[in-house]
Design a protein around this ligand. Structure first.
Ligand code: DGY
Length: 327
């Protein structure tokens, strides 16, 4: 059987696919494959290991209904029409768990960096702007005992909450569609309404899936409810916040600062005003980008492909119902 991989992935995943006897095609280009091209390529393969920004919508799925499985090398699946895949009997898997530590590290890094305007300070030095010492200049804010508010408390949010509690004794509040009792017991986290999350948090970190329900939930109204001293962190998906509203909230000092590992669109425009603000730190979507985590993600995706090749359920299938429907 043949598998198509839409990026070069760590060798640990390739070895698993080779050992299972799969014939592998890996895309090594540096530009996104068009939808038409992707359909043409997948029509010559039995399985698809999708990495990056491939749009797996109904049109793609209908044109590639022969696929025995699609393994995403990501935890997010907002670019995939899961109900359509289930209806067509195409199992789709993702890579949960393995990236929670690395992604929460990125959120933690951004919280600390924003609290001390770290990226802006670095840029200033590179622009020869390290001047006269003034005790009242370049001041940041401390995080000790401040309240961490998590929007979408799952695995990544829980890892972040543990770090913030251990480092800064931060009490944790959260808002989810439904309460997460396990996390409440583990972290002493308190479930609050969305409005309470906005008004009571000193740091808000976003870890929810992007869906119609959560798209741009952090907008003008939401930012206006937050504390003037609040830090906004998004390491989930750029579509969860409205970038124009965020920019205005920062310009008008409605909030203290923002740390973004995700933007809308990606890559962001080079002249985006957020890049020149002292209270903003931006990273290029590197949440899971460590050697160890990317190897684990490749292994998880490859294991899912091998299971699909063998006609077995993919261990990380997103919608288990697909197996009761069948092709
Ligand atoms: C994920 O795994 O969803 C990361 O954001 C990479 O896309």
């Amino acid at each position: 059987m043949k598998v198509f991989i839409s990026r070069i992935i760590p060798k640990e995943g390739i070895e698993i696919l080779q050992n299972a006897g799969l014939e592998i095609t890996q895309y090594s280009g540096k530009t996104e494959i068009s939808s038409t091209e992707l359909i043409a390529i997948c029509n010559k393969h039995d399985l698809f290991l999708s990495v990056g920004n491939n749009t797996i919508d109904r049109a793609f799925l209908e044109a590639c209904r022969h696929l025995k499985g699609i393994a995403l090398m990501s935890v997010g699946y907002d670019r995939v029409d899961i109900p359509a895949a289930t209806a067509l009997g195409i199992p789709i898997s993702n890579t949960p768990d393995v990236l929670s530590k690395a992604t929460s590290d990125t959120a933690f890094l951004l919280i600390l960096a924003v609290s001390r305007n770290a990226f802006y300070m670095h840029d200033s030095i590179s622009k020869k702007q390290w001047g006269f010492f003034e005790p009242t200049a370049n001041l940041g804010i401390e995080l000790y005992n401040k309240t961490l508010g998590i929007f979408g408390l799952g695995r990544i949010g829980s890892e972040l909450a543990m770090k913030c509690k251990a480092a800064y004794h931060m009490p944790v509040i959260y808002h989810n569609r439904k309460p997460n009792k396990e996390a409440e017991e583990l972290l002493g986290a308190k479930y609050v309404s969305f409005d309470e999350l906005l008004t009571e948090s000193d740091v808000i970190s976003v870890h929810a899936n992007l869906s119609d329900e959560t798209r741009e939930v952090f907008n003008k109204e939401a930012f206006s409810r937050m504390k003037n001293s609040a830090i906004f962190i998004n390491t989930a998906r750029g579509g969860l916040h409205n970038e124009k509203d965020l920019t205005e909230a920062l310009e008008h000092k409605k909030i203290w600062g923002a740390g973004l590992d995700v933007t809308n669109p990606e890559p962001m425009a080079w002249d985006n005003p957020l890049l020149n603000m002292r209270n903003v730190c931006v990273l290029p979507h590197i949440g899971s980008a460590t050697i160890e985590t990317r190897a684990k993600m490749a292994i998880t995706a490859a294991d899912n492909i091998v299971a699909a090749m063998q006609g077995k359920p993919m261990p990380q299938v997103i919608d288990k119902q697909v197996y009761s429907i069948g092709k």
